[in-house]
Design a protein. Structure first.
Length: 283
């Protein structure tokens, strides 16, 4: 890392905690951000045993750590542990970013803004006034709803294999915009401008029963998962003539950039980092 061991230069510690964690790209991403912005940080990955999250965070803070990213399965525990939360973290019911300052833990959730930035900035997809379908009603879906609704879409429909779960989630966010939910049978006659897959099912070759007429002209399809090859949902989207078919690698980098900005007060450039990760993934 640039200037990492310069004498007299203070290095701040950051990390990602999860289980499993060996696959995490976060150390590479934040190291690139630090080099790009001339920030003196050391970012590592920490494997945390189930049941040991609170102690792990306490130990990291006591040792002078400045901030954490939190991944599965600890995002809900992090939400309960922090002393203060952002609005988007409060509504998401999960925290993926912790800033440590004066023994206080500030919790945020950057997943939704990462998704929105990737869609709107990197791929020039307009969300305002559009009809959006969000597939899945789990934690990944909940975490992106507030940032999506703040883009003022015409409508946002949550579809889930368990209809009541989608309806309950929509009810939880009814104050934030035109949102509804139900089973996949409820979208049989509907068309959408943007379809977002917030489930991991397509990585296993599984796909909900999507209507053949689901997509409007010039529709965009986005899978929040990513892999070296197109996911099952991405292949479906291409077969149904979606104008743009995208995976979630950009979201990964954009949510990391938002975390970096929360910690360091500077916003890194993301395009070159996304391109580097894409090349590594394809290799």
């Amino acid at each position: 890392m640039k200037d990492l061991f310069d004498f007299g230069k203070k290095i701040d510690d950051y990390a990602v905690m999860g289980n499993p964690i060996s696959h995490s790209k976060s150390p590479s991403i934040h190291t690139l951000f630090a080099e790009q912005t001339d920030q003196s940080i050391l970012y590592t990955a920490i494997h945390v045993d189930v049941g040991g999250f609170k102690q792990a965070v306490g130990n990291f803070a006591a040792a002078g750590g400045k901030g954490l990213n939190i991944t599965v399965p600890f995002k809900q525990e992090a939400w309960a542990l922090v002393t203060e939360r952002s609005e988007r973290a409060e509504r998401a019911g999960a925290v993926n970013t912790i800033k440590i300052e004066d023994e206080q833990l500030f919790g945020d959730n950057t997943d939704g803004v990462g998704l929105v930035n990737d869609l709107t900035v990197n791929h020039s997809i307009e969300l305002e006034g559009k009809d959006i379908l969000l597939m899945g009603a789990g934690g990944a879906a909940r975490g992106v709803l507030i940032p999506l609704l703040k883009q003022n879409p015409a409508s946002l429909f949550i579809a889930n294999r368990t209809p009541d779960k989608a309806k309950d989630l929509a009810d939880d966010f009814a104050d934030a915009g035109n949102i509804s939910g139900g089973g996949y049978d409820a979208i049989a006659e509907l068309k959408f401008d943007v379809v977002i897959n917030a489930t991991a099912a397509s990585l296993q070759g599984d796909l909900p029963p999507l209507p053949e007429t689901l997509l409007n002209d010039n529709a965009s399809c986005y899978d929040m998962m990513y892999s070296a090859k197109p996911t099952h949902f991405m292949r479906w989207a291409k077969e149904h003539n979606a104008a743009k078919v995208l995976d979630g690698l950009g979201m990964l980098v954009e949510q990391a950039a938002e975390s970096f900005h929360i910690w360091r007060g500077v916003r890194p450039e993301t395009k070159t980092v996304i391109e580097k990760l894409r090349k590594e993934l394809l290799a």
